[in-house]
Design a protein around this ligand. Structure first.
Ligand SMILES: Nc1nc2c(ncn2[C@@H]2O[C@H](COP(=O)(O)OP(=O)(O)O)[C@@H](O)[C@H]2O)c(=O)[nH]1
Ligand SMILES: [Mg+2]
Length: 220
């Protein structure tokens, strides 16, 4: 099987890369941390969301995309971990940092509350173009990632797997994780067929992700 990683080739043409680079450098602002669906901003622009287990590297990846050191961390104080954190890029796109799952330290009721909120959000947000499901390269897909993927399949929400912290792994391990991830993707209807391998630390895959996300704005 070819396990090349969302290759920057003919498809990822120079125009998309350039657009993505400029778009992510164009200014981003924190909008709000939403605790219920009623307080979400109106769905008047394309939106992408980042999901994944706690500690997978969501905040780090968002910061890397915007070349900001503490953008996502600033809104990620403990009390905020169950909020849907909204960022806007100019007035052209919302980027949403979703609550992490699989976090053992919160009480069961809290987990249920944000799970319900996140689930309702994922199933009913008309402007949601794609969910990026972040997975730690060291661990690969876990049962709760698979659970989320199944729900996204049922809700017909387009999503893509992004492997994080690639710098922490040897190439042989990465190849192995990629093969397993691609095998699992075949079972998922709404999944994007390619995996993006990233390192927020070293910058791997960041340009690709900027270019991919930029396309939702470019097309609009
Ligand atoms: N080596 C390395 N560490 C990372 C990377 N991304 C995140 N981390 C570390 O992983 C931990 C969790 O990251 P964070 O972005 O807060 O995860 P979140 O809970 O998903 O938002 C932090 O200590 C980060 O410094 C990466 O690409 N490489
Ligand atoms: Mg975070």
């Amino acid at each position: 099987m070819d396990v090349s990683i969302a290759p920057l080739s003919e498809e990822d043409d120079a125009k998309d890369l350039e657009f993505g680079r400029k778009f992510f450098a164009s200014g981003v602002e924190f909008v709000m941390g939403a605790v219920d669906l009623e307080s979400l901003p109106s769905p008047d622009r394309p939106e992408v969301a980042f999901a994944g287990r706690s500690n997978v590297g969501k905040s780090s990846l968002i910061n890397a995309l915007f070349r900001r050191k503490a953008l996502a961390r600033a809104s990620n104080t403990p009390g905020r971990t169950r909020e849907l954190n909204y960022f806007t890029v100019q007035d052209r796109m919302y980027v949403v940092d979703l609550p992490g799952y699989g976090y053992a330290k919160v009480t069961r009721t809290l987990v249920e509350k944000w799970t319900k909120l996140t689930r309702r959000y994922l199933q009913g947000r008309p402007s949601l173009m794609r969910v990026y499901v972040l997975v730690d390269s060291r661990h690969g897909l876990k049962p709760n990632d698979e659970e989320l993927m199944k729900e996204l399949d049922v809700a017909a929400v387009s999503y893509q797997i992004v492997l994080t912290k690639a710098d922490k792994c040897k190439k042989t391990h990465l190849d192995d994780v990629l093969v397993k991830t691609y095998a699992s993707l075949k079972k998922h209807l709404a999944a994007h067929p390619t995996v993006i391998l990233t390192s927020a630390e070293k910058g791997d895959g960041i340009e690709t992700l900027r270019s991919e996300i930029g396309k939702f704005v470019e097309k609009n």
